[in-house]
Design a protein around this ligand. Structure first.
Ligand code: CDP
Length: 225
């Protein structure tokens, strides 16, 4: 039985970095489920269609083969892809099409890993409701917009602070108000507000929580002393 860690939260909350580091620390496989929605959003845009077009989005989702390396496409990291992702993500048929791949990843992680860390918006509530440990990573919208701004500028992408903040608010609204699998913490999730924490502090909190829920120590599968 694979150990499953669910990490959810809004955009730029730091959940992706946290998930990656936690997977490494415990020797688990990691799936950034946002990249699935980004890939579907980009596929729709590339086909010259509108990401809000439910039929086009559903078709792109059923046609997606994440095993083919498509999730590594750098174009998925753009803001254009993020906005398209949050539109296709509101389509129930898209979520349904992506469900099986995510659940399979959790139950039989690639590389025979003993566990999987999945990060997204609905991992603890819908995809893996019986995950061994659930984290909901969040931060104020201003802090998150600031982090995203630094990330964009670090990648040499010019960005206007007020635009980044508005985009963040628009995506938050779409993600938390949609009818299907809206962004919200699971009842049994540990809510980690990183507004006043740096990456190291957030990581230490997360690792401590995962260790306490699974009985695993960060460096492997030894039980905690
Ligand atoms: O990295 P960032 O937090 O900005 O975004 P992401 O995690 O790559 O997700 C992009 C978009 O996909 C989100 O705004 C959500 O609308 C959607 N998404 C989702 O609906 N469910 C998930 N499990 C993951 C992402």
């Amino acid at each position: 039985m694979s150990v499953v860690i669910a990490i959810d939260g809004p955009a730029a909350s730091g959940k992706g970095t946290l998930a990656k580091r936690a997977a490494l620390a415990f020797g688990f496989a990691h799936l950034d489920t946002g990249s699935l929605y980004r890939a579907v959003g980009m596929a729709v845009l590339r086909a010259g269609m509108d990401p809000s077009d439910a039929e086009a989005a559903a078709r792109a989702a059923w046609d997606l083969h994440p095993e083919d390396g498509i999730l590594d496409d750098p174009a998925l990291r753009t803001d254009e892809a993020a906005q398209a992702a949050s539109k296709v993500a509101a389509v129930p048929a898209v979520r349904e099409a992506l469900l099986e791949f995510q659940r399979r990843f959790a139950s039989t992680p690639p590389g025979d890993a003993p566990g999987a860390v999945l990060d997204g918006r609905d991992i603890g509530t819908v995809v893996c409701p019986s995950a061994d440990a659930k984290l909901f990573v969040t931060a104020s919208v201003e802090v998150r917009a600031d982090r995203r701004l630094k990330e964009l500028r670090g990648r040499g992408i010019p960005a206007i602070p007020s635009d980044v903040l508005e985009d963040m608010k628009a995506r938050d609204a779409r993600d938390s108000q949609r009818a299907v699998a809206p962004l919200r913490p699971a009842a049994d999730a540990f809510v980690l507000d990183t507004s006043a924490l740096d990456a190291e502090q957030a990581f230490a909190e997360a690792i401590g929580f995962i260790g306490s829920k699974t009985g695993l120590s960060p460096r492997g599968l030894k039980p905690r002393a």
